[in-house]
Design a protein around this ligand. Structure first.
Ligand SMILES: Nc1ncnc2c1ncn2[C@@H]1O[C@H](COP(=O)(O)OP(=O)(O)OP(=O)(O)O)[C@@H](O)[C@H]1O
Ligand SMILES: [Mg+2]
Length: 298
């Protein structure tokens, strides 16, 4: 079993511990606290947010997007950041990508502070127009592989074909983005990201602009891909259902500025469980955490 699945939360502040403990006691164990942590057995997190406050400075004011967020993502986890609009989910992802620096705290990859973007962290965005339209599907997947200078053309070509096969787009290698549906474009964006073999795949509401059926199919495909490749995923959504389906663990953020309210184990849920009682109970629990009363913060 992936050790991340049996990990317990650690290193969180006292009010959060109280909330987690109380919630766990009420709800029968899916929200977890620090006292069960076998600290010595914990592997080092792959991606570590340590007291991360993020801000945007405009001419008029400074906007605090997140406040002292601490969370750890372990190898091969599917960690979902869930929270209401404006709580700083995208900002956390951009900071992990290295596009913005924390005002407070640190984000580390493999124990090393992140100081800028790198090929070890690739972002898939929500928008369908993230693919250069003048490049074919194959060209789009090849481009970053060649641009980083890591692979010779033949190797890049081989890897691009392999990953297009994995996402079911082998027959569309020579198509242009405008010839594809929204869902197919997202698959190309995912293929392009996976081809880079990043340490962490960062996804910012990648399926939010898709119709409900396509969105579900994309979730299914993403989980199937994960079963094959076992990549580490940090996935942003504001859909509770999507968080439970896609995530193995969920970080629930408070409204603006985002603070980590709780972490919830979700690996027991998949696409098949979305109507079931346990799924409904988890949905209700998260709903309460998102929209329930505020708790004191450090
Ligand atoms: N470029 C920017 N300049 C100034 N403020 C910004 C900027 N981008 C985001 N913000 C502010 O930071 C906060 C967090 O924004 P962010 O985009 O991270 O939220 P989000 O959780 O991703 O929301 P959504 O679910 O709507 O995508 C918001 O209050 C937003 O107004
Ligand atoms: Mg966002």
């Amino acid at each position: 079993m992936n050790p991340a699945h049996v990990l317990q939360r650690h290193a969180i502040g006292t009010p959060m511990q109280d909330l987690l403990r109380a919630t766990r006691e009420q709800e029968g164990g899916a929200v977890f606290g620090p006292e069960k942590v076998p600290t010595a057995a914990l592997p080092r997190p792959l991606l570590d947010f340590d007291g991360v406050s993020l801000e945007y400075a405009t001419d008029q004011q400074v906007v605090r997007a997140t406040h002292r967020v601490s969370l750890s993502v372990f190898e091969a986890e599917r960690y979902v950041l869930l929270g209401p609009s404006g709580c700083g989910k995208s900002t956390l992802l951009k900071a992990a990508a290295g596009f913005i620096a924390p005002r407070e705290g640190q984000i580390r990859l493999d124990g090393q502070a992140i100081t800028g973007p790198g090929p070890d962290r690739i972002v898939v965005f929500q928008e369908f127009d993230q693919l250069p339209p003048w490049k074919t599907v194959l060209g789009n997947v090849m481009f970053p592989l060649r641009a980083t200078g890591r692979l010779a053309r033949a190797e890049a070509l081989e890897r691009a074909h392999a990953v297009l096969e994995q996402v079911g787009l082998a027959d569309f290698a020579n198509a242009y983005p405008h010839q594809l549906s929204g869902g197919m474009k997202q698959r190309v964006a995912i293929a392009r990201a996976l081809a880079m073999q990043p340490r962490v795949l960062l996804m910012d509401e990648p399926f939010a602009s898709l119709d409900a059926l396509t969105r579900r199919r994309m979730q299914e495909e993403l989980l199937a891909l994960w079963e094959t490749v076992r990549f580490t995923l940090l996935f942003v959504t504001h859909s509770i259902e999507e968080a439970l389906v896609v995530g193995s663990r969920i970080g629930v953020l408070s409204p603006h500025p985002g603070r980590l309210r709780a972490e919830i184990q979700a690996h027991e849920f998949g696409l098949g469980s979305s109507g079931g009682p346990a799924f409904q109970a988890a949905t209700q629990r998260i709903h309460g955490l998102l929209f329930g009363p505020e708790t004191p913060h450090p």
